[in-house]
Design a protein around this ligand. Structure first.
Ligand SMILES: [Zn+2]
Length: 684
């Protein structure tokens, strides 16, 4: 049995289902969007915190074991009551005037409990009130929803937040994707250095006025992905892995799940603010898409590309971000777009200036006539900072230009260039702007265990934050700036490595340990029918000796000393190929080898052999073997549970303190912008 209570425990949030078995309603497990009695699901979910005036789809869903004796009449017997903070008891029809209930049914299969070997067939019945909101008159406090169906009573409770006076004209949210606190410590050491045990300087993010810790788990799992985490930042609502702007109900239609309004939708529709989105990933990737998309599966990238300008099923409006920058050109091309059309042309028809290179982007941003700017400079994810700026030869290797011309995309802008160009355009709106900036490849480098690329993108993010902090100070000091991550990766530093000693150990080993490593790696197949070479298993051969000789180059405690990175003046090290580098790594990984050095080309730690990922012998040929601790289909490292840091300055930053939940971030931004103030939506 899974634990049923999530997030903030509310006294009123008690579900009772004592009569379920007697009347034919069963308890399907694994529908994690449902409250504790999982035969009756209510969305928004129990413990949700709702902002007055923010839209949501209110849905009640019943699960009935599929057999003839308990067929259709369930919805007819359903009663829904809402108790308001004032004590008044009302109905959905009265609280949400004008909303027409939508009735749907579908079949599903689910495990009744974790011990079931086979899933059970159910009929699901749902009633949905689309695009409703809690009006200002309800006031702050708790709303309790009581659902009765065939003698089964389920209660969920929502906290209602009343609006606050607007304090910030603009909000800029930086998301270092996967940026854990130990990564920031390592980046500070690499970037700023250390003297007599003290950091020489802080990262810009660490120098901000307010700092907090934040938990990142989702409705369905302790471990979040970028979709449900970023979605939560923009809705204030929890959701499930892979979901954007919706609660995950049990239905199959990925576009029909109960929606949660995005902050971007509210501020565009009711406040006339501008919205900008900058990423180094594909613009359809989870974090950027969380500013406009409503879809159960983040993988619907072609549809997500269209949703930005066309809106979505049952949506009030299309967000049409005023600035959209990053990669993802593939899904704009007719061969891959949702309807075979040229999405660049569609964006152009929707008022966008379409650009593909740094020079085009800068020129368009400086042109006062540019109202909407699309800059797509890569077919997929943009190259990481280290390849854009140091190992530039890597950029020429693949024909990934954004328009499908079959040439390399060598004119990709850096994150700070995109961000400041975005602000050029967005700041022309007197009503203010919201800008999301994602440093995507902190995460995308952490997955393949590529630590220098991960840290270089973190430093690029931090330099970008500095430029925006400087811009905000020079432009009225009325911009709330927040920098955080969406989830962690299991990274830390445990010492240093003398790479010269390491290489000496490789070179001087009498029986050529490099070759031994190759042989070992080629043969390794673990206990899924695979045998370790006896040479390693015995631990007595030259291969074992060379492994130990290399590991003798790792210093811990007093033997660690300091690493050799030197700031070249722009917070990046003069060289990443230092003699004394960091001994660091991930707490989860596939079989792989590491020598702790910078890889001159993109890393691929493991390769698929007979259905399981094993060490890629070619990835780090001087490396020592690390036995995988993930399942056999795990090709890279994965996200982890650790709380992330939140760093903030500007009006509204004072709410960033102590221990936060990721739902709080929305409410901090919504409060700073005065979402719901004056009952704007009700008056419309
Ligand atoms: Zn990730």
């Amino acid at each position: 049995m899974r634990a049923s209570c999530r997030g903030v425990a509310l006294a009123a949030a008690v579900a009772v289902a004592t009569a379920a078995a007697a009347v034919g309603l069963q308890l399907p497990e694994r529908h994690f969007g449902c409250p504790p009695a999982k035969n009756v699901c209510v969305y928004p979910i129990d413990t949700a915190v709702l902002q007055c005036e923010a839209l949501f789809d209110f849905q009640v869903e019943l699960h009935v074991v599929a057999n003839a004796s308990v067929a259709n009449p369930v919805l007819d017997e359903l009663t829904i009551r809402l108790r308001l903070p004032s004590g008044e008891v009302t109905t959905p029809a009265a609280l949400f005037p004008g909303a027409t209930p939508e009735f749907r049914t579908w079949a599903l299969t689910a495990f009744r409990d974790m011990s079931d070997e086979n899933p059970t067939g159910y009929d699901a019945y749902a009633v949905t009130y689309r695009n409703v909101f809690v009006p200002l008159r309800v006031g702050k406090g708790y709303v309790t929803v009581t659902v009765e169906a065939r003698g089964v009573t389920t209660e969920v409770s929502y906290e209602i937040r009343a609006p606050t006076t607007r304090a910030a004209k603009n909000v800029v949210l930086f998301v270092g994707d996967g940026m854990s606190l130990p990564m920031m410590t390592a980046a500070r050491l690499v970037s700023r250095g250390m003297y007599q045990g003290k950091y020489k300087d802080k990262l810009t993010m660490q120098a901000m006025d307010n700092i907090a810790l934040m938990s990142t788990s989702g409705v369905d799992s302790i471990i979040t992905d970028s979709a449900n985490s970023a979605s939560t930042y923009h809705t204030g609502q929890k959701t499930s892995v892979n979901a954007l702007g919706v609660y995950a109900d049990s239905g199959d239609d990925v576009f029909a799940h109960p929606k949660q309004e995005l902050l971007t939708e509210y501020i565009k529709q009711t406040m006339g603010m501008s919205v900008g989105v900058v990423t180094t990933a594909e613009v359809q990737d989870a974090t950027p898409a969380s500013t406009w998309a409503h879809v159960r599966q983040r993988a619907e990238k072609a549809a997500i590309t269209a949703q930005a300008i066309n809106g979505c099923l049952n949506c009030v409006l299309a967000v049409r971000p005023d600035v959209l920058m990053g990669g993802g050109g593939k899904f704009f091309q007719p061969a891959f777009s949702v309807d075979g059309s040229d999405m660049y042309q569609n964006y152009s028809a929707a008022g966008y200036t379409v650009t593909h290179t740094r020079e085009e982007m800068v020129a368009a941003a400086k042109n006062p006539a540019t109202k909407k700017l699309l800059t797509i400079s890569h077919a997929g994810n943009m190259e990481v900072w280290l390849d854009r700026n140091v190992y530039q030869g890597n950029m020429d290797k693949a024909a990934n230009d954004p328009t499908g011309k079959g040439v390399p995309p060598t004119q990709q802008p850096n994150l700070d260039e995109m961000t400041m160009a975005a602000i050029d355009v967005l700041s022309r709106n007197d009503k203010g702007f919201y800008l999301l900036v994602e440093a995507a490849s902190i995460d995308k480098s952490a997955h393949p265990l590529d630590i220098p690329r991960m840290l270089s993108d973190l430093i690029e993010l931090d330099n970008t934050v500095q430029q925006v902090v400087d811009w905000a100070k020079a432009h009225g000091d009325d911009t709330l700036i927040i920098a955080t991550a969406d989830h962690a990766h299991g990274y830390d530093v445990f010492g240093t490595v003398d790479t010269q000693l390491w290489n000496n150990a490789v070179q001087s080993s009498p029986s050529n340990p490099v070759r031994d490593t190759d042989n070992y790696c080629a043969a390794v197949t673990d206990n899924a029918g695979q045998s370790f070479p006896s040479a390693f298993a015995n631990g007595t051969t030259s291969a074992r000796a060379s492994n130990l000789a290399r590991r003798a180059s790792i210093g811990t405690y007093a033997a660690a000393g300091y690493s050799d990175y030197v700031n070249r003046g722009d917070n990046f090290p003069k060289t990443w190929n230092v003699r004394t580098t960091l001994a660091s790594g991930m707490n989860n990984h596939p079989d792989h080898t590491t020598s702790f050095t910078v890889a001159t080309s993109i890393k691929k730690p493991a390769v698929l052999v007979d259905g399981a990922f094993v060490n890629n012998a070619k990835d780090d040929e001087n490396g020592v073997f690390q036995s995988g601790n993930l399942g056999p289909t795990g090709s890279t490292g994965v996200h982890t549970l650790a709380d992330v840091g939140v760093f903030a300055s500007g009006p509204g930053a004072e709410r960033v303190k102590g221990m936060l939940d990721n739902t709080d971030l929305y409410h901090i931004m919504a409060s700073a912008l005065g979402v719901g103030t004056d009952g704007r939506r009700e008056k419309k």
